[in-house]
Design a binder for this molecule. Structure first.
Ligand code: LMR
Length: 329
């Protein structure tokens, strides 16, 4: 105790007031819910490598993958409290913070490909969405890709009627809720870390995710069928505790921004391959049958999910949806 008092007097005497400066090196805890061997996991590792290099070791980044520190909802609370400094939640997870706008990315078939996505995230709308986080004590730094969602279940999902009455795990997004309701299915919000077990024990019948997430969580081992729908997009917003970020010495913040910019380019360049490789591994495992839809079946699913747009208009706003569609053209 006397040591602690002496130490804090020394800190005061040196005029080091900011919490970031009182600590040497500065620690950034980066918590996330997926495996290391995924687009986000690799992006986080790249950021760690570059951040530590550019700051000459003044910053140490501790990456905690696989929900080892916090689950979906808890990690956002922890960020606001300052228990962790950095996260990269998916666009579908900002609702509990009272921000529904990122859910526009969840709208079924709103993005034909990643090139189109880039137009939105790198355009004025992307920047404006990040600004919404300020009021929550959060600074948005970047958008990272994962990829497109596929549907899995123990039943063949071919026509819209096949979804009827099945329980699907969803992320905490009202748009995703509306999407499954449009299919007469029963959506259930659940943390990512609980999905494998919920599928295994039959708490839910199915789920939607990217090939990379399905493979690294071994979901294909407990789902007989995966339908290649590419119906939705999963991507991330890399966020940092605003107070922590603002109080960093300017030179360190610049070095970290540079590291983030490069880690973003790196992560986004390999996301497609991560998902392609995961699909190949799932096929090789023979554990899950991959179903491809005919153009007619694809069209029927698109049509069946369309009511999600009307529902979302009341939540994220028609104006925002229109703006998104315009920028995505
Ligand atoms: C999910 O919860 O399904 C995903 O958002 C997990 C992730 O971070 O990719």
């Amino acid at each position: 105790r006397s040591f602690a008092i002496a130490a804090s007097i020394a800190v005061l005497a040196l005029g080091l007031t900011g919490p970031a400066l009182a600590q040497s090196p500065i620690i950034i805890k980066f918590s996330h819910v997926v495996a290391t061997d995924t687009p986000k996991g690799k992006g986080a590792e790249k950021f760690k490598e570059l951040a530590e290099k550019y700051t000459g070791g003044k910053v140490k980044v501790e990456v905690y993958p696989n929900s080892t520190l916090y689950k979906d909802k808890e990690e956002l609370e922890a960020l606001q409290l300052g228990s962790v400094q950095m996260l990269a939640p998916s666009n579908s997870k900002f609702g509990p913070l009272g921000i529904r706008e990122f859910e526009v990315f969840d709208l079924p078939y709103i993005l034909p490909d990643l090139k189109t996505l880039r137009k939105v995230t790198e355009g004025p709308l992307g920047a404006r969405l990040l600004k919404l986080l300020d009021a929550k004590g959060i600074t948005g730094l970047a958008y990272w890709d994962n990829g497109f969602r596929q549907m899995s279940a123990n039943k063949k999902l071919v026509t819209p009627a096949d979804y009827q009455g099945l329980k699907f795990r969803i992320q905490s997004s009202r748009v995703l809720q509306a999407q499954f309701k449009a299919l007469s299915a029963l959506p259930q919000v659940m943390a990512f870390s609980e999905v494998y077990q919920a599928l295994q024990t039959g708490v839910v019948d199915g789920q939607e995710n990217t090939w990379s997430n399905i493979y690294t969580q071994k979901m294909h081992e407990v789902q007989k069928y995966i339908t290649e729908t590419n119906h939705g997009y999963i991507g991330y917003v890399v966020i940092v505790n605003k107070k922590f970020w603002d109080e960093l010495p300017a030179d360190i913040r610049d070095q970290l921004s540079k590291a983030m910019k490069e880690a973003t380019a790196f992560s986004n360049a390999q996301s497609q391959k991560e998902n392609d490789d995961a699909l190949a591994e799932i096929k090789k495992s023979g554990k899950s049958e991959i179903i491809k839809l005919t153009p007619e079946q694809d069209e029927a699913l698109r049509k069946a999910m369309e009511p999600a747009y009307k529902d979302a208009a009341g939540r994220v706003g028609q104006q925002l949806i229109d703006e998104f569609l315009k920028e995505a053209k």
